[in-house]
Design a binder for this molecule. Structure first.
Ligand SMILES: [Fe+2]
Length: 314
């Protein structure tokens, strides 16, 4: 069903303004599930990334990020968001590589990608005071530049550096280029799934905050919170196709779009985690109880269950 289709998705990003959170929504679509059972070209002979290398990357990352903190609380709060996000994505990545049964060297490389995928965010925020790329700079490319300028990847083999750079470059793009295959595709898909897991975590957390106390909710809502939704958005989700951001009118449309992210997930292991953590239920809890929404729920949940049931790792 997914074949070579690609799905557009909204990627929720967030910033803190004093006590005020705001969502900045960017788009990316993702080419889905094209990974074949092809054996990875990355092997022990081609470059061994040892555990100590990863340890040194973690230390470098901590020192690098620490250098951006200053007296400005607003800047500090926003830097903290991305620092914590990066570390959580590392954990999501560890879960994924374990579930997928990847080789040790691949695990280390995947975790390095997770650690560095948003390394451009810190310079971006300090310079532009925003995480919105189209208002500032492409944070993925900036991240690659940071890695190059600081030579932090020195000591890795050329193909390892290349895989890291490509995964970072493509992690936030609308869709992955169709020409990718092998390890490059694998690591690109991994970081997009790991990143998405944390976006769901953040969305679910905000849902809970909103539920607890809507009046005190500190997130700036992009759309009006009305008890309606746009039929065209529902139709897109029911048909398993991308929803255009331009169709969104009310907050429930955004929630529907977030539910539709499951179509963009590459690995069943990611869906398993999304399900286990109740992210979807959390979002469904906000939608009106209508027959249409019930149908959306059925569609999304059976899609997720089917993918999980197939137990196809890659
Ligand atoms: Fe990220």
């Amino acid at each position: 069903m997914r074949g070579n289709d690609s799905y557009e998705m909204a990627f929720a990003d967030y910033t803190v303004k004093g006590n005020v959170f705001e969502y900045a929504i960017g788009f990316f679509a993702e080419s889905c599930y094209k990974l074949t059972a092809k054996k990875f070209v990355f092997g022990a002979k081609q470059g061994i990334m040892r555990q100590r290398k990863l340890k040194s990357f973690k230390k470098w990352f901590n020192d690098y990020v620490a250098g951006f903190y200053g007296d400005d609380k607003y800047v500090n709060a926003n830097l903290k968001l991305k620092e914590q996000h990066s570390l959580r994505v590392c954990k999501e990545m560890l879960y994924l590589v374990k579930e997928l049964g990847l080789e040790k060297e691949q695990r280390l490389l995947a975790e390095t990608i997770a650690l560095f995928h948003d390394v451009g965010r810190f310079k971006q925020f300090v310079r532009y005071k925003t995480y919105t790329d189209h208002k500032s700079i492409d944070h993925s490319l900036l991240g690659i530049k940071v890695l190059q300028e600081t030579n932090v990847l020195d000591g890795l083999q050329r193909n390892e550096k290349q895989l890291i750079r490509k995964a970072i470059e493509y992690h936030g793009q609308k869709e992955l280029p169709g020409r990718l295959d092998g390890d490059c595709l694998l690591f690109c898909q991994l970081i997009r799934d790991a990143d998405k897991l944390d976006v769901y975590y953040v969305v679910a957390r905000y849902c809970r905050q909103y539920r607890r106390n809507p009046a005190k909710f500190s997130l700036e809502l992009e759309f009006p919170d009305k008890p309606t939704y746009t039929p065209a958005v529902v139709e897109d989700i029911l048909k398993g196709r991308r929803t255009s951001y331009s169709k969104l009118r009310v907050l429930n449309d955004m929630r529907l779009l977030q539910l539709g992210w499951v179509y963009d997930v590459n690995f069943a292991a990611t869906l398993k985690r999304i399900k286990k953590r109740g992210f979807l239920q959390e979002i469904f809890g906000f939608l009106p109880e209508t027959k249409e929404i019930e149908k959306v729920k059925e569609t999304i949940l059976s899609y997720v269950n089917l993918r999980i049931k197939k137990k196809r790792k890659l």
